[in-house]
Design a protein around this ligand. Structure first.
Ligand SMILES: [Zn+2]
Length: 616
């Protein structure tokens, strides 16, 4: 087949039987006063049928699971008919405006405020506009399949450049999207960006930075990014077909940015107050995490998130896999790319394991149930107090710990022939790769049963897969990490053996003592003694307490198992006494065996090479 013929056939497929291409929704963003953090939006909705035009503002944003109610920052809304007359508008609920009677087209004008540089919100200032679409656009119900155009107009006197995964339009300041899902998933950085390109295996990658560093800082950093891109490509064996023709890293490393990273289908937004020169490893860690998402969650996608619903919270029981496995692979990729030594990698794993093994939350919720908490915990705010320290474990860490266990178990039972990399590749082959017939959508999202079936395939052992999911995903067991880590020559042990401890109680100075400022964890001596939030500790073991150091000094005189008398004042002002039976500080660490006085043997060295050595 000739190239020309292929092109004709593809065009025929895309256009389909109808010869009339539907007119796009047209957005225009202008910035009359960027220093005051708002933009003027003009949105034209053409070729409307009869019936009310239901204009909506998102309540949720892809990849961040709490509700945000972005309509709170929108004002000065006007709906204008094609003849220029103003149309009457109703307000059916806080997140929408309805135009009951209108002609063929309606143009909506409004202002929107935004002043937070991160992966979810809108940020406008005199240096740039950092635009996450759900926080910025009013859209219309029922027009999900309409393409759209976006025209950006620089503020007076400056020339900004847009960077995005959106398709390039007819001018450098026009971008297009094939449908609403894709538009919403496509943040735009509009500012003084520096862009560097590189190619890997025939795929083009762009790194765009709005930052305070130098060109050579960026040059060197992008070389490191490329190493990560190569190592993660090797895990899956190939890169996805990025629809705009390339994948774009959108970085804002600015003193006034918040630390964040957000995955999108063909791009990621990475924001940080840190600079390349001072926070290199931290920034690379975000690169490694977010780029892994181009497979895991953007294309290997749980059915519960497909398609994303912009009007309600999106609950998923699979975030332990979508986020947790990604959390695990960040440090793995950094190690393989040569940026983490073994001790640093082990310390990262120790965070995942300790957060899961030691947390009382694992007695009350499974990894699936933790995932379902995301609408409250991921970007959500609570005015009232919560008991989350006792009932919630981050699905990032919980899922990361599950990934570590599964990788070690698979390697252990096959002498290194099968690993979690094979599992991720199987998920990609079945659920990710075949699913891109409609841009912005995933054709074959997975269920928990699918995830278990892929493990059965990869391990060749359905009963192993069933057992693993029953224990660690549906159930609340934790793997035997100490045993699993030994073949890699890593030791899991108590970090402060023999140290007397009453819990990681957070304290704040107040009045005549120290006030407890977070709920003591249910599995600690402090909790068992009846102490709780707002109690003021005055005396321990006869010693007057004025600082956290005073408490540690008392505990240093004691051993685990000793009882100490605590005098405190509760929130009503009553003076009370209780006794605390001190335990051994349970804090864990994972360290290379050679740092413990042991020696690493040949098979452990080989295990490490296969696990954390460079792929090429
Ligand atoms: Zn993530």
């Amino acid at each position: 087949m000739s190239r020309v013929f292929v092109a004709v056939a593809v065009v025929a497929l895309l256009v389909g039987p109808s010869t009339h291409a539907v007119a796009p929704v047209a957005y225009r963003f202008r910035f009359p006063e960027p220093q005051h953090h708002w933009m003027q939006v003009d949105a034209t909705f053409p070729e409307l049928g009869s019936g009310p035009l239901e204009l909506r503002v998102s309540r949720s944003s892809p990849g961040r699971y709490a509700l945000h109610d972005f309509a709170k920052n929108i004002w000065d809304v006007h709906a204008i008919a094609a003849d220029g007359s103003e149309l009457s508008v109703a307000r059916p609920d806080p997140s929408g405006w309805t135009v009951p009677n209108h002609g063929d087209a309606v143009t909506v004008h409004y202002k929107v405020f935004g002043d937070r540089v991160d992966g979810t919100y809108l940020a406008i200032d005199s240096t740039h506009a950092h635009i996450n679409m759900p926080a910025a656009i009013v859209w219309a119900r029922g027009l999900d399949d309409r393409p759209s155009t976006l025209t950006l107009v620089s503020p007076k006197g400056v020339q900004w450049q847009p960077v995005s995964q959106l398709h390039r339009g007819s001018s450098p300041f026009e971008l297009t999207a094939p449908n609403l899902q894709y538009l919403m998933d496509s943040p735009v950085e509009f500012g003084p960006v520096s862009v560097r390109d590189f190619m890997v295996d025939g795929r083009k990658f762009r790194f765009s930075a709005h930052h305070t560093g130098t060109a050579s800082d960026l040059e060197g950093f992008v070389k490191d990014v490329e190493k990560i891109v190569r190592q993660e490509g090797a895990i899956f064996g190939e890169y996805p077909a990025y629809e705009p023709g390339d994948y774009t890293f959108v970085a804002d490393y600015l003193p006034y940015a918040f630390s964040d990273g957000m995955e999108h289908r063909n791009s990621t937004v990475m924001t940080s107050p840190g600079a390349i020169r001072t926070h290199r490893l931290e920034l690379l860690d975000t690169v490694a995490h977010e780029f892994f998402h181009a497979w895991n969650v953007e294309r290997i996608r749980p059915r519960s998130l497909e398609p994303f619903d912009f009007e309600r919270p999106n609950m998923s029981a699979e975030l332990w896999l979508a986020e947790g496995f990604t959390q695990y692979y960040g440090p793995v990729a950094l190690s393989r790319a040569g940026f983490l030594d073994l001790a640093s990698f082990a310390a990262e794993m120790d965070e995942l394991v300790a957060a899961t093994v030691l947390a009382p939350g694992r007695d009350v919720r499974s990894a699936e149930e933790m995932s379902r908490m995301a609408p409250f915990t991921d970007g959500g705010t609570a005015n009232d107090r919560t008991n989350w320290p006792n009932t919630v474990i981050s699905y990032y860490r919980y899922g990361g710990a599950i990934a570590l266990a599964l990788d070690l178990i698979l390697r252990g039972r096959t002498e290194g022939r099968v690993s979690l990399d094979d599992y991720m590749r199987a998920m990609w082959r079945t659920h990710g790769k075949p699913g891109a017939t409609r841009e912005g959508y995933v054709d074959r999202p997975y269920t928990i049963a699918d995830a278990e079936a892929r493990l059965a395939e990869v391990s060749g052992d359905p009963s192993f897969a069933r057992d693993f999911f029953a224990r660690y995903v549906h159930g609340r067991e934790v793997a035997e990490y100490a045993k699993l880590l030994l073949p890699a020559g890593l030791v899991l042990r108590r970090e402060r053996p023999g140290r007397a401890w009453w819990g990681d109680v957070s304290l704040d100075h107040r009045g005549g003592g120290l006030r407890i400022t977070s709920p003591p964890l249910a599995n600690t001596p402090a909790y068992a003694s009846g102490l709780d939030l707002d109690d003021e500790v005055r005396q321990i073991d006869g010693t007057r307490i004025d600082s956290a150091e005073d408490i540690q000094a008392v505990f240093r005189r004691h051993r685990p198992g000793d009882r100490v008398r605590v005098v405190y004042v509760d929130r009503t002002g009553r003076a009370l006494t209780t006794s605390v039976t001190l335990a051994e500080d349970p804090e864990l660490e994972i360290v290379p065996v050679e740092t413990t006085g042991g020696t690493v043997n040949e098979s452990q060295k080989q295990f490490r090479r296969h696990w954390l050595g460079a792929a090429k």
